[in-house]
Design a protein around this ligand. Sequence first.
Ligand code: 0WD
Length: 254
Amino acid sequence: QNLLQGKTILIMGVANERSIAWGIAQSLHNAGAKLAFTYQGERVERRIKELVQDMPGSIVLSCDVTKDEEIDAVFSTLEKEVGTLDGLVHSLAFAQKEDLEGLFVNTSRAGYALAQDISAYSLVAVTQRARKLMKDGGSILTMTYLGGERVVQGYNMMGVAKAALDSCMKYLAADLGPENIRVNAISAGPIMTLAARGVRDFSTMLKHVSEKAPLRRGVTQEEVGNTALFLLSNLSSGITGEIIHVDAGYNILG
Ligand code: 0WD
């Protein structure tokens, strides 16, 4: 199964081996893709460099998505080193802890702006640059969550940022369709990662979802990875502007 043989894909947002982006990386690697990674912060650098040792030839670059000059540097390095990009995985988000607790009504202006900047605008910023390297068309994937479609207790500011992200994804899909660049999102069910630990009562949420979801269980990084493989490959060539729920069916419940 070499669905991505000869394709180069940039993955943004691996923090450690539990990251959803790492599950995606494994699926794409197994399908023959050449991968590049960006990470944020020195804390993550060592970990990610260890992880990618099993993926020879991978490129690893630092990038804080709040900084245009860092994003520019990533894409100019990629232009020099690989020339053409076929895919991009955007799997990152951030909100201050205090904006994920209590009442949403108390969200500060600064907290709102920061969460929107890192979690939603960053997709626009990276797509803007990636587009220029997607000379043969391409596929862009972002990670969203049900809390952007409806109120999920405790998700607060991140829910509002995901609503914006979903909308950015659709407008980008409309803009870039004529260039044969597709833009889609996976709405994953809860998975225990570093970012998830910031959400209050996450374990309770995980348990609730596993009990109620039609499949009566949660989802794995690998299941998200396999759907990402589908969206990045030509198997999904007719799909753009779509949100695919990989959540054991939870979202259909009233
Ligand atoms: O249940 C879950 N885990 C779900 C996650 C369900 C549905 C969706 N998602 C989404 C998240 O909202 C996010 O968009 O999936 C994406 C990936 O999340 P993850 O795999 O759960 O989280 P994690 O492994 O922590 O990776 C997110 C990373 C950050 O890690 P930490 O925890 O150190 O903040 O996003 C990165 C960072 O590495 N990140 C940034 N990258 C570049 N620039 C920035 C930044 N400014 N801020 C955070």
